[in-house]
Each structure stands twice: as structure tokens, then as C-alpha cells.
Design a protein around this ligand. Sequence first.
Ligand code: ATP
Length: 365
Amino acid sequence: MAEIRVENLRKEFSGFTAVQNSNFTVADGEFFVMLGPSGCGKTTTLRMIAGLELPTSGRILLGGEDVSMKRARERDIAFVFQLFALYPHMNVRKNIGFPLLSQGMAKGDIRRRVEEVAKLLRIDHILDKPVSGLAGGDRQRVALGRAIVRRPLCFLMDEPLGTLDAEFRDLMVHELRELHTRIGATTVYVTHDQLEAMSMADKIAVMNHGLIEQFGTPREIYDRPRTMYVANFMGSPPMNFLPFHAGLAVGDAEVSIRDTKIAVPAIREARAPGDLVLGVRPEHVRLDDGSGLRGSVLGAEYLGTTQIVVVATADGVVKARIGAEQTVTAGENVGLSFASQHLSLFDESSGLAVQTALFDEVAYV
Ligand code: ATP
């Protein structure tokens, strides 16, 4: 297994920049997820790592070796596609063993390796069945088996669970992560699904228009978004944004929205008066009769253990995730208070986070 290092990677397609100066390192054995909406450049980045697309500029190092200009087959990687093509006329055993057969491995060794992998994926009971009659989850496991059996330096996966229904997806998310823990292979995984990313990744890169907006652990990205885009992309419902106008001095630990003072993590960078945005996740909003920040309840979405209460304030709609046992009525006037230590502040024009104590001791790439 090996580290993957991407340096100033860029890809242009006839003048259109699909990937802009990407820089990141996936440590040996890490599960790395590239996350973002359709068209943000995830697949193009993955294809460049795979060697299926040549970079316009920049470098890709695999285990310290510069492979930027090497062909796909000269790089020791395995690619699992969303629409994987299994060989329909072969059974599961032959499908998994095929890459080893192509390498000229002896039959006995192939048998041993295939059975080992099938056991790992819990498909050893269907080894002699044809792939044509298999359900989606099992087909996906066969495709994974075919990738794993070669023991490559790393795995690249492009939305591998995209075609599965919700129930199988949840199961496979769990299985993939468990498999990763067992074999510890460096993995790059592409998805547009934030829940998949959060539950599987050691590190996530959130991409937007070919740019990595933030690189970090799921917790860093969720708790300390570096941009409004990331704050909005992660979380369901996403972070609430409350605009206000103010100047900030280093050490300030509160902001005012209209006449309500709101405690925030201590400011680390001074700001001339300008348009700012207070960011608060729904689970950090409380209904609080004593608060001067008030609004009218538009409705509530019951979710079993919690509910999402939608409140219209003079500064926009705020969603609060509160206990399902609390009673709220549409039209009711409620006060809102926020968990201060979790609040984010952004510059409205750049969308970048203002440095506060929230970011202390957090290193970003
Ligand atoms: P999706 O999930 O839809 O695949 P993505 O984030 O993986 O999205 P890419 O497939 O990397 O995005 O595409 C990034 C941009 O580059 C898109 O606007 C796409 O149209 C463009 N693009 C990708 N491949 C080519 C190509 N061969 N020629 C021209 N433009 C391309």
C-alpha cells in the first residue's frame, strides 16, 4: 500500500478548467473521499490519479514515485467503477480470479487468493454461481473482489454504490468501511453523498467548480467549515446563515444581530465594518423564551427522536433541531438561542470563515 500525493494538479478541456491546482496527500492506508456536486471535478481528479487522463500540469506521486505521465496499466492501482462490467459468461470465481489469470499466476495460487478474498467479502458461498443472476449488493462485492484480489498499491472508487437501492447502500457503506479497516488499503472514493463521505472517510476534500474548498477529517469539515459553501453542503438541514453588519476586533467574543447580543468564539482577526454572516447548525439552536432573537414558527418536521422546527425571523429562516417531545405550534412566537462555542462567522462577499477560537489547534491544508 502507498501514499498518494497530488501537487498543483490541473486539468483543462479545450479552455475549460475542470480541476484547478489541487494539492492533497492521502496517507498510506487512509480512506480519502472526494465530495461535491455533479461537475465539480471529482471524477476528472480520480481519472488523473488512475492514469486514464493526463494532467494539463502538476504531479501525482504514488508511494513517492512520480507517475504523472505513466499509463494506467503501469500504475499499480485498482479502479472500481459505478457501472462495473462483470464478465456475464463467467461465474463469480472466474470473475474475481480474472486479473490474476491475466498476470499469468499459477492456477493453485489463483484459487487460494480468490477464496481468501471471497471469504473476506462474505461471498464464498456463491463462488460457483453465474454472476448474471446476482443481486446488486453481491455484484458489487464481486467487483470489489476483483479489485482486491490483485493487492494493488491503492483503490480508486467512483460512486461505486450509486446504482444500489437505499437499503443495500447503507449495508455496503458499512461493509466497505469494515473491509477497509481489515485490509488497510489506501483508498480514494468519489461521491456526491455527504452521508457516505462522513461515515466512511478518514479525510474528505469538499470540491466546488474544480477547487478543493476544504480538506480535513469529517469532524473538522462539519464542525469548522472554512467556507459558507462547505457549511451549506454538509449537514441536513444545512447550517443556518444570519447576515449582519459589523466590524470586529481581535478578542471580541460577541456580535450583535439587531439588538440581540450573541456570544461567539473569540475573534482572531480584526475586520473593518462590513457584511458578515453568523453560521449556526440546526442542532445548536434552542427554543429559548428569554432570547431577544425572535421569530414565528412556520412548521415542524417530525423525525421520531428529533424534529426540525422552521422559524421565520426578521433576518431569515432558521431551522432548529430539537427534541421530538417539545410542543411547538405553527404561528407561535418563539425566542432562539445558540450554542456559542459552535458558532461560525463568515465574510459575506468572499464566503470565507473569519478566524476565531473555533479554529484553534486545527491545521488545514
Ligand atoms: P459527476 O459526478 O457528474 O461525474 P464530477 O464532479 O465527477 O461530476 P467531472 O466528471 O470530473 O465532475 O467533470 C468536471 C467538469 O469537466 C464537467 O463540467 C465536465 O463536463 C467536464 N469534463 C469532464 N470530462 C471532459 C472531457 N473529456 N471533455 C470536456 N469536458 C469534460
